[in-house]
Write a protein that binds this ligand. Structure first.
Ligand code: UD1
Length: 355
């Protein structure tokens, strides 16, 4: 069995690491091999190489080097380059993870070349078609052969869309595998870390692409701090829309952080304010309060079971939430089923039978 594993953007790297680790440990007993295609969607050291180092991911077989571009440009470049690669390096199956442009682009190429497509993290839906990721999820799932899911709900969604039960496998969450495997390696970042802080991440186009509203949001957050600071590792997309970082008294800006430093901050934060998908899951596992600045989530179990609350644009709800955290009154939460560090192993054991 030969798998071609695709990764392009920061969250992908976190999701593939346990799958590669599981392949390596299966190699002594099963004829399984892989190649790793990095599309180059993310390319800066802190957005890419540092994740390979922190998560012990082997160097990619090839880097397609596509870099930035509009949605169509980036998707098209990935498709053109990946098609060339796959034609000259035939494979039994292409495995894609998550919902970024690289995920959808490579799934389309593989399916059109008659190669089986496996989607790790299939079946998530925000029902918000203004998000490029939602389109990526729907298109990828429409042509996927085997679905590995992180929740029971995701499987139900796939079935409601006509996917056969036999092709859906609830395996758990590879992002949580990586988290569990890293807990004893977390690194304190080198900047002066305040005793009490909230951690902020923002990169969704709807929150960051318009400078005026981004500035307004950060000013509101800045003003809501009492004795705490906000630590904000700033995504390049967000930074490019902020001209004056000194305007916010209580916000400490840092460059995007390596994985082990970022998780150190999540674990030690009073709470996390975010518009990310994966961070809703990581905070749920760590039982750290999470306030999500989005109208919807494709990860509802982080709300029904986990430590996440949807804040959307409601600043008075955010204010109440911060107060609850300060008073130790955040909701009780739990860890969703099968988020136990074994998803990668389950995926490889199942693929060995399926292929
Ligand atoms: C992408 C994913 C998003 C994911 C996020 C994680 C899509 C549609 N979006 O969004 O789902 O949550 O990654 O970060 O696939 N840039 C750099 N260095 C890099 C990467 C990007 O400077 O290594 C800059 C470029 O100017 C680029 C911009 O950031 O134009 C945005 O990058 P892009 O990959 O287009 O989307 P993200 O916002 O990172």
């Amino acid at each position: 069995m030969h798998l071609t594993i695709v990764a392009g953007a920061r969250p992908n790297f976190v999701k593939i690491a346990p799958i590669i680790k599981a392949i390596k440990s299966a190699q002594s007993s099963r004829p399984v091999d892989f190649s790793l295609v990095h599309t180059g969607q993310h390319y800066s050291h802190n957005m890419s190489a540092s994740f390979f180092e922190d998560l012990n991911i082997p160097a990619p077989t090839i880097n397609l080097g596509v870099g930035p571009g509009s949605q169509a440009e980036q998707t098209a470049k990935i498709m053109v380059e990946f098609e060339k690669y796959l034609l000259s390096h035939p494979s039994d199956c292409v495995l894609v993870v998550g919902d970024v442009n690289s995920t959808m682009a490579c799934a389309i190429v593989a399916k059109k070349l008659g190669v089986k497509v496996v989607h790790v993290e299939g079946g998530l839906r925000s029902r918000d078609l203004t998000m490029p990721e939602e389109i990526n999820r729907m298109v990828t799932d429409a042509i996927t052969d085997y679905f590995f899911t992180t929740s029971i709900e995701a499987g139900e969604i796939l079935k409601s869309e006509g996917v056969l039960d036999d092709n859906i496998f609830f395996v758990g969450n590879t992002m949580i595998d990586s988290l569990i495997g890293s807990l004893d390696k977390l690194k304190r970042p080198s900047f002066d870390l305040p005793e009490e802080y909230f951690l902020l991440t923002l990169h969704r186009p709807s929150n960051v692409d318009e400078e005026k509203s981004l500035h307004k949001l950060l000013s509101r957050l800045d003003g809501l701090m009492v004795n705490e600071k906000i630590v904000f590792p700033i995504h390049p997309r967000t930074e490019s829309n902020l001209s004056d970082l000194s305007a916010f008294e209580n916000i400490i800006f840092t460059p995007p952080l390596p994985y082990l430093e970022f998780l150190y901050l999540v674990k030690g934060a009073m709470g996390v304010i975010t518009d990310s998908g994966g961070i809703q899951e990581e905070t749920t596992y760590l039982k750290v309060p999470c306030m999500t600045l989005r109208n919807n989530t494709e990860r509802p179990e982080t709300i029904s079971i986990g430590s996440n609350v949807l804040i959307a644009q409601d600043m008075s709800l955010l204010e109440t939430s911060l107060e609850q955290i300060r008073n130790g009154k955040w909701k009780e939460s739990d860890i969703p089923p099968k988020w136990d560090g074994k998803a990668g192993e389950r995926i490889i054991a199942l693929l060995a039978e399926l292929l």
